[in-house]
Write a protein that binds this ligand. Structure first.
Ligand code: URA
Length: 434
């Protein structure tokens, strides 16, 4: 088999066999195929696409390229959750303890942030002492003892995806539906759960800007799940404005704690209830979505979900005092309010611009290996539909980069779009694919 022939076949729009796809992934993983040939195939796939069978074959080949987590010593159905990435998306921090408090084991492997989107592992590291690297035995035994653990995903999980993703990043081939779907699902399959709940974001802060594309991506991933016998359900959710109010690591942990105390922003709580009840359904803990929501609401009200978050933080060495004294999640030195310049209503908050402003404040990574400032970020004080008067605080900036202050404030101001008519509120959940 020759890589040249595989590239030519896809360039002509023909369907690749599973053998050809396996050959590509195996040889590329072992550095036997050069980046220029892999890049040529990626570009051919970008333009010609992959059918359902090819996409499933690519997913499995990548899932099999490294270790597979073995969660079989954890009794019960294990449900994983994945978000395609957004701004202010701290749902995992709220969902893990909520679902674990309902008695469903959660063995979660999470990633770090890149570009304008954040990552759960960076957020958790803003809690002093929290260990994101547990060895596999400790990981499993923590899930068996307290029903939940969250660790950084290792490079040994779907390493072919890691290598290909880096190549896609520099060859303008990231935003291809079959490539995104196989990338996400290969990691989920390797992570070993029994069912997956996906949060596919749509809007200006998401990979998929158009809702129709988000549905296509969701359908592709759900269909991969069916083909490999991994029950998968996807919610398509809004990322036209940031989720909740806080954007930035320590600020988001604080907001997650507030949400578990029943005092969080309503959009964040609503999304956590919707995703959480799907996780309980997938784990066969409840029979209906309504039953799932009721159970989760009860766990928020009686403090059991909050207690579960404390147990997780404590088990992984984090400073539990942050629950009673959130100021320990220390703030940046420079704190500046961004003010409204006229009266009216908020019509839109450009999520990607807020994500970029947060990145400039130090909260995100411009490149893969950049350091993040866990204390930096932005807290929104207004959301779409809110009435404003000139001089009202739209958002507060937290940064340790005084030299960037003017630039960040300008971006935040531009991200807020206002007008005189009260707008219709955008739906938080666009639909479900199962
Ligand atoms: N997230 C992933 O894991 N892979 C992609 O290709 C895009 C987003």
């Amino acid at each position: 088999m020759r890589m040249y022939d595989i590239i030519l076949k896809k360039r002509r729009g023909l369907v690749l066999t599973a053998e050809e796809i396996n050959f590509f992934i195996e040889q590329y993983s072992r550095d036997k195929i050069p980046d220029y040939q892999a890049a040529a195939l990626l570009m051919a796939i970008f333009f010609r696409g992959l059918d359902a069978e090819e996409t499933a074959a690519l997913t499995l080949a990548m899932a099999n390229s490294g270790d597979r987590a073995d969660l079989s010593s954890i009794p019960g159905l294990k449900v994983d959750k994945h978000s395609t990435g957004g701004v202010g998306d701290k749902t995992t921090l709220v969902l893990i303890p909520m679902v674990a408090a309902a008695g469903v084991p959660v063995a979660k492997m999470s990633g770090r942030g890149l570009g304008h989107t954040g990552g759960t592992i960076d957020k958790l590291e803003s809690i002093s002492g929290f260990r994101v690297n547990l060895d596999p035995e400790e990981f499993i035994s923590q899930v068996n003892n307290i029903k939940a653990a969250v660790v950084a995903q290792t490079g040994q999980l779907a390493p072919a995806d890691k290598k290909l993703y880096a190549l896609r990043d520099v060859t303008a081939t990231v935003d291809s539906i079959p490539l995104i779907a196989s990338s996400v699902m290969s990691k989920k399959i390797a992570a070993g759960a029994d069912a997956i709940v996906l949060d596919v974001k749509t809007g200006c802060g998401a990979f998929m800007r158009e809702t129709e594309d988000a549905f296509k991506l969701a359908r592709t991933m759900v269909s991969i799940g069916k083909r490999v016998n991994l029950p998968t359900v996807a919610l398509i959710t809004d990322m036209d404005q940031p989720l909740g109010n806080a954007v930035g690591n320590a600020l988001e942990v604080k907001e997650a704690i507030l949400t578990l105390q029943g005092k969080g922003p309503s959009d964040l709580e609503e999304l956590c209830l919707a995703l959480g009840s799907q996780m309980l359904l997938a784990a066969k803990k409840v029979k209906t979505d309504k039953e799932g929501r009721q159970l989760l609401l009860e766990l928020l009200k009686n403090g059991k979900a909050l207690q579960k978050f404390k147990d997780i933080i404590s088990a992984q060495g984090g400073q539990v005092e942050v629950f009673d004294n959130p100021e320990l999640l220390s703030k940046a030195d420079l704190i500046k309010s961004v003010k409204a310049s006229s009266d009216g209503y908020i019509l839109g908050i450009h999520a990607e611009m807020i994500g970029n402003a947060a990145m400039l404040s130090g909260a995100g990574r411009e490149t893969k290996d950049a350091e993040v400032d866990l204390r930096a970020g932005i807290v929104l004080h207004k959301k779409i539909g809110d009435k404003i008067s000139a001089g009202d605080t739209l958002a507060v900036l937290y940064t340790n980069r005084p030299e960037k202050e003017a630039e960040i404030i300008r971006i935040i101001q531009e991200a807020f779009i206002s007008g005189s008519q009260k707008p219709f509120l955008p739906p938080l959940i666009h639909g479900i694919v199962k």
